[in-house]
Ligand binder design. Sequence first.
Ligand SMILES: NC(=O)c1ccc[n+]([C@@H]2O[C@H](COP(=O)([O-])OP(=O)(O)OC[C@H]3O[C@@H](n4cnc5c(N)ncnc54)[C@H](OP(=O)(O)O)[C@@H]3O)[C@@H](O)[C@H]2O)c1
Length: 311
Amino acid sequence: MRPRILIIGSGAVAAVYAHHLVQAGCQVTFLVRDKSSANSAMPRQLHQYQFIGKPTATQQRLRVITQAYPDWDQVWLTLPSDALTSPWLAEQLAVFGSDTPLISWTPDFRDDEILRKIYKGPLQHGLIGLISFHTPLPGEKTPTEGFGYLLPPGSAILDNSRVGQQAAALLRTGGLPAKCIKDLEWFSARSTSVMVPLIAGLEMANWSLSEMRSSKWLGIACQSCRQATLISANYMQRDAGISAKLPQPLLVSMITRLAPKVMPFPLETYLQYHFSKVGVQTRQMLDHWIEEGNAGGLDASALQTLRAGLQ
Ligand SMILES: NC(=O)c1ccc[n+]([C@@H]2O[C@H](COP(=O)([O-])OP(=O)(O)OC[C@H]3O[C@@H](n4cnc5c(N)ncnc54)[C@H](OP(=O)(O)O)[C@@H]3O)[C@@H](O)[C@H]2O)c1
């Protein structure tokens, strides 16, 4: 029988994972809070970017529901982390059988703790490595309205559990580069400890990579990354090791000069568009590091400076 997957959320990430699951032969349905949201409109165009050449378009038309019911092989959660405390989500998750696996793709290091309070079934996590966005990006004329996306290696990273391996295998069969790793929880925490403070620094530099490189925010953001890594390590009882020394301003400067040259869409525009959209989540993640840092007696001073700037 074709695997039945319910995806909670129907935005940029959900659209892409759904497309590749369908390519693998799955029956995919979206569960949303509001069917009239632009994120739920069907049919919709998906534009797959490659590093070279023009994007290729496909149409997506999948079922969208607003009330959960049981009987899914897997349920995937593609909301931002700040949505995990919404009463709507708790109500929907309560419907699934206790043996229905839930895969959460949300990025906050405290999400597991939050979700375990509202979901009693088997819970796994995934790390999103793809880039996806509503098209056209602000200021652009192409491609047409829909979602654009790029699939770098590691577009979906799951843990080595049976459920994680099944999910990764389905995505790979559908043409999306997915893999499983041993300690996903810690890998994911380290990745977001680097990504999120740098994005907060970029926001403080008016979403300009060159302005960030030449301002005090580069140093503050790099120091925040190191603090976030140490705080996450303490929370997860891991050894931060070499990752607590990264990233360094020189390395970030080099990467931020190179990256816009290789991306097939305007990178700065994407970063501003996407991370403005998930601005509440960024602030929540900084708050969580600061709270955990203070509780554990760890230095969170740079994170506090960043957070104060983002008021
Ligand atoms: N897009 C990327 O390139 C990318 C890359 C890496 C990680 N991520 C992460 O993936 C997650 C989703 O991002 P996205 O780009 O897919 O966002 P998106 O396009 O804005 O889609 C978000 C989906 O979540 C729903 N949602 C938001 N808040 C909700 C709430 N309180 N209750 C119920 N539903 C809610 C939205 O429903 P409505 O339409 O009703 O608002 C929409 O269906 C975020 O954590 C993001 O940081 C994204």
